[in-house]
Design a protein around this ligand. Sequence first.
Ligand code: C2O
Length: 349
Amino acid sequence: DPVQAPDFTKCGDVHDFGSGAALDAKCCPPVSDKIIDYKLPPVQTMRIRPAAHRASKEQVAKYEAAIKRMKELDTTDPEDPRGFMQQANIHCAYCNGGHDQVGFKDLDFQVHNSWLFFPFHRWYLYFYERILGKLIGDPTFALPFWNWDNPKGMKLPPIFDNHNSPLYDALRDPKVTGSAIADLTFSGSTDNLQLVANNLTLIYSEMVRSVSQTIDFMGNPYCAGTGPGPGAGSSERGSHTGIHWWVGTKDTTGPNKFNEDMGNFYSAGRDPVFYCHHSNVDRMWTIWRDVVKNDVPKDITSSNYLNAEFLFYDENKRLVRVKAGDCFDQKKLGYDYDRIDLPWLNYRP
Ligand code: C2O
């Protein structure tokens, strides 16, 4: 059977995914007495997500204004599910055992390391983007993507590197700044040319070379009763994790834990760059499905996938139920990605 939407009224304590140790964090969402089966609204204007390093002044100004509003909600109305910490806590609750599987109270609802990874994060960003747009009164607002699959976008996007911006987060590794190139393969190299070559090789591999069946890319089946983390797809395991790890702080001398914010499930959503990173993770799914031509079937057809459910609060604070199978086509969700060349696509070193 497909996994059912979690019961927010039963949300509980959270623990570290790896070690199981209890975490000192409160991640549960507000409860609501009404749950609405979500219907995709008709698309009026397509939101076109830009590459973060190419976003216009106007796009950046809107993005900053929207995040600022979202952060203000944390103080003016901490129970508003659209607030910055509330949004960050969604990730924590779905990834650190806050939610159990309905009918299996000893099993965590875990959206990573399985085929739930892409649809969960797609819906998460979908509502996050609509909330940002709502907070600044702009229904065309589109979430930029961190274009780390292109050498021009492989450093931290400069808009996140500005200490005076609401997009800044102090809990990052200090080397993640300026022209430093992301180390997606954990190579430890500091040679930018080598890093670019490693990254392009990795992305070609996880998008093309190492994918011979659908679940190689999408991740292993996760159904009602499945234990957490049956196996990640190539992109989740590779570039996705690489960025998380690269950005998180390695400093454990202070009060902070190793790899906060980006490198830990429970804290990752506290860094605004998380959503911009995941915008590109989501774009890689779109590109794999629409651009990469081979005979691997792109869509999972199992009803255990199609009917897997998640709950989110929408931009009007309504608690809604969505299904994994309803988000294959980003255009039906009202957004698409700016077209950028794909230097990894024919990259066979
Ligand atoms: Cu939910 Cu990038 O992790």
